[in-house]
Design a protein around this ligand. Structure first.
Ligand code: DGJ
Length: 728
């Protein structure tokens, strides 16, 4: 059993694989946080929870002034009743006040993990995999009920949390803030880590020490964003990749979010994460309920690497769904950087013919195949094939590609509309907008109001019709701008601030319907690269285009940073031309291949321009990737050297049985007269012996990990070496 309740102490003890999470109902029904960390058999709550009054801290409990809510470690706190720290939620009542007083009412412990209505979430396949605790908190004065849900996975150090608000009173309420979790740590000597960046340099690792006051990251762009990923971690200041305690928080949501860490006057730390309260509110009518997204909390006692591997396993196996969750992903070629908008059926067929020769399995036709789209100013919304470019239509083109022996994939950007489109001319109110205000354009386009049911239905129909019209087995689902003028033509004024969240719920419905109707299609999401690389989208689409930046050096930081939370099977990674189109750097074909192999491998350049020597090299790359893709896509990842710390990067993948490994090493700039470098491997079985492919010597797993392997002498910039290792 994973969840225990001690009636006498009113104590909840949640036990995940090697983790304990303990809460207690104290005094007049306040739910306090006692402990989260390495698994313990038991904790006497008094050992950690000390009731303190605090100077200048008012008392809410007038009969017992030995404590104040301001000093109490709480599970889901509010503002206004004497706790001055960041609240987890805020509700406006009809009298204008935002005071609520939620007390413990009841709880249930249930097998398995209930689904979240309308929202993506991690799941179980067998009831035995997890247990869920639902704690009911009630404000009897206004009839507001909150259900705090906690799920514990038996075999992973994972606890998930979310909250449901239910209005069981007689007055309308307005939710102003509804974060998915809050937790109070009894210390503040932590470092905080998050993944931040910009278009073409997504998810760079930021780590710094936590300071007194509030530190936060957030998105206000309508999507989870290139700028900040919905993830934050706290760790001991001496935590490394392989040692020290790390606490990860990852939000299963694709819209505006807020992640906060607040260190208070007594050096306690409050971490909270959820939908961004900025410009958000939600009317909660009588008998209505509101469900927050899920937060996945991971504890690691062995550094950042173990936290990442826990996220990878959970997201790979119990967040991603469908046939492709467990299927190796095809090697693809995408024509975007090869042709941009300038192509026709013959050009596409030429590239596909070369691709077949090189061992590539899937051709993806990117932007420009529909309407009169020859640049980015037009036609989004008009999902009809452009017969000037593809005279025989999609069916004919897909047939030609299939005939060559490749599968056929197609690009869409279904959430958008061009002003110059039949769709916009027919339905100018179908976009996000505010009456009489300028409709700001991003990449010359507007955003469809996907919060509206008829818009959702339109997208479902139009995409389905195309998917039915040709043999399409892969879809790239793009989304290329941030939200502005976030208003909906169908909402009453008091509900306008619900629009951004309703949009995301609409996207989820659309994606759910389409992906369920086409279970044999592999869906890859994209948002100008990695602008919506989050667990919410991964629930529907098991892979994401990691970044529009395909430069091999840039990709080291992007893919390394992304791997902090997301598995290799979720990352699209392509070899592109040199000089690179984003940074104009000339890297070797070998390094470009080796970097892209650490993900869902593909090419994104004009294959017909390869020299014969390049073709031979690429053939070998493709064959070699096919030999290790299962390991990369489904193995455990160990990071060895960080691109954020120097000139060298290395990582490796090991299968579950620890029989095979793939190691990749990259050196960005050449070093004059360099000494020898050794790379210490990780994750192997110290008791097993291994062969390195291409060598005859047998090495102990222990020797490879504790002694390391020598890196061959490399000449010049942009060098890489990969090793395949097999058990003797
Ligand atoms: C942005 C994507 O990230 C690119 O890969 C490409 O699909 C373009 N959109 C097409 O417009």
């Amino acid at each position: 059993m994973a969840i225990f309740y001690n009636e006498e102490q009113r104590l909840f003890h949640l036990q995940a694989k090697d983790t304990s999470y303990i809460m207690q109902v104290v005094k007049k029904g306040y739910l306090t946080h006692i402990y989260w960390g390495k698994k313990v058999r038991n904790i006497n709550p008094e050992q950690l929870l000390v009731f303190r009054s605090g100077v200048f801290s008012p008392h809410h409990d007038l009969e017992d002034k030995t404590y104040s809510l301001d000093t109490l470690p709480q599970e889901y706190p509010s503002y206004g009743n004497s706790d001055f720290r960041t609240p987890a939620y805020s509700i406006e009542l009809s009298n204008g006040s935002t005071l609520t007083d939620m007390r413990y009412h009841a709880h249930r412990i249930i097998k398995g993990k209930p689904t979240l209505e309308g929202l993506p979430a991690t799941y179980v396949e067998q009831q035995e995999e997890a247990q869920t605790l639902e704690i009911e908190m009630i404000d009897t004065l206004i009839g507001l009920k909150m259900i705090l849900s906690y799920t514990v996975y038996e075999d992973l150090d994972v606890i998930t949390r979310h909250v449901k608000f239910m209005n069981e009173g007689n007055e309308k309420l307005k939710i102003l803030r509804a974060l998915s979790m809050s937790i109070d740590f009894n210390k503040s000597d932590f470092d905080v880590m998050h993944l931040s960046g910009a278009w073409a340099r997504e998810r760079h690792i930021e780590r710094r020490s936590l300071r007194i006051g509030n530190q936060s990251i957030e998105s206000r762009r309508g999507a989870s964003s290139h700028q900040h990923n919905p993830f934050i971690a706290l760790m001991n200041t001496d935590a490394t990749e392989d040692s020290g305690e790390v606490y990860g928080f990852s939000l299963v949501y694709s819209g505006n979010f807020l992640a906060q860490a607040e260190v208070d006057q007594y050096q306690s730390t409050r971490v909270s994460l959820g939908i961004n309260p900025f410009e958000f509110s939600w009317m909660l009518g009588v008998k209505e309920s509101f469900q927050t997204p899920e937060v996945v909390m991971v504890y690691s006692d062995k550094g950042i690497g173990k936290m990442s591997r826990t996220y990878h396993k959970l997201y790979r196996t119990r967040l991603c769904r469908g046939k492709f969750r467990d299927t190796t992903r095809p090697v693809l070629v995408n024509n975007w950087e090869a042709t941009y908008f300038d192509f026709n059926a013959d050009k596409i067929e030429d590239i596909a013919r070369e691709a077949k020769d090189l061992g590539i399995e899937l051709f993806v036709l990117d932007d420009g195949w529909f309407g009169k789209r020859n640049d980015d100013t037009t036609s989004l919304g008009d999902w009809r094939v452009n017969t000037n470019k593809l005279p025989g239509g999609l069916d004919d083109l897909a047939g030609r590609i299939n005939h060559l022996g490749l599968e056929f994939g197609l690009w869409f950007e279904p959430e958008m509309v061009s002003v110059d489109s039949d769709l916009y001319r027919a339905h100018p109110d179908w976009c996000l907008h505010v009456p009489n205000r300028t409709r700001s354009e991003g990449r010359n386009q507007l955003i469809l109001d996907v919060s509206r049911k008829e818009v959702q239905d339109y997208i479902i129909n139009v995409v389905s019709n195309i998917l039915k019209s040709a043999s399409i087995t892969y879809v790239k689902w793009d989304m290329n701008r941030s939200m502005t003028e976030i208003g909906s033509g169908v909402q009453v004024p008091e509900r306008q601030k619900e629009t951004a969240h309703r949009y995301i719920l609409g996207v989820y419905r659309v994606m759910d319907e389409i992906t369920k109707a086409y279970p044999n299609v592999l869906f890859e999401s994209c948002s100008g690269g990695g602008g919506r690389f989050d667990p919410g989208i991964l629930y529907y689409m098991p892979q994401t285009w990691t970044s529009d930046d395909t430069d091999a050096v840039e990709r080291l930081t992007i893919q390394y940073g992304t791997s902090i939370v997301y598995p290799a099977s979720s990352m699209g990674a392509h070899v592109s031309a040199a000089p690179n189109h984003q940074v104009h750097r000339n890297t070797s074909l070998k390094m470009r291949g080796d970097v892209a192999m650490s993900g869902n491998f593909g090419y994104e350049l004009d294959l017909t321009r390869f020299t014969n020597a390049e073709k031979e090299e690429v053939k070998k790359q493709v064959a070699s990737y096919k030999g290790v893709r299962e390991l990369i896509q489904f193995g455990d990842m160990y990071r060895l050297l960080s691109p954020f710390e120097g000139n060298e990067t290395a990582w490796m993948y090991v299968d579950e049985a620890k029989d095979e490994a793939f190691v990749a090493y990259f050196r960005v700039l050449g070093t004059p007269n360099a000494g020898l470098s050794y790379l210490k491997l990780k994750g192997l079985d110290p008791h097993k012996d291994y062969f390195i492919e291409g060598e005859n010597t047998c090495y102990g797993g222990d020797a490879l990990m504790y002694g390391g392997i020598v890196i061959p002498e490399l000449e010049g910039d942009y060098q890489s070496v990969v090793w395949k290792i097999k058990k003797k």
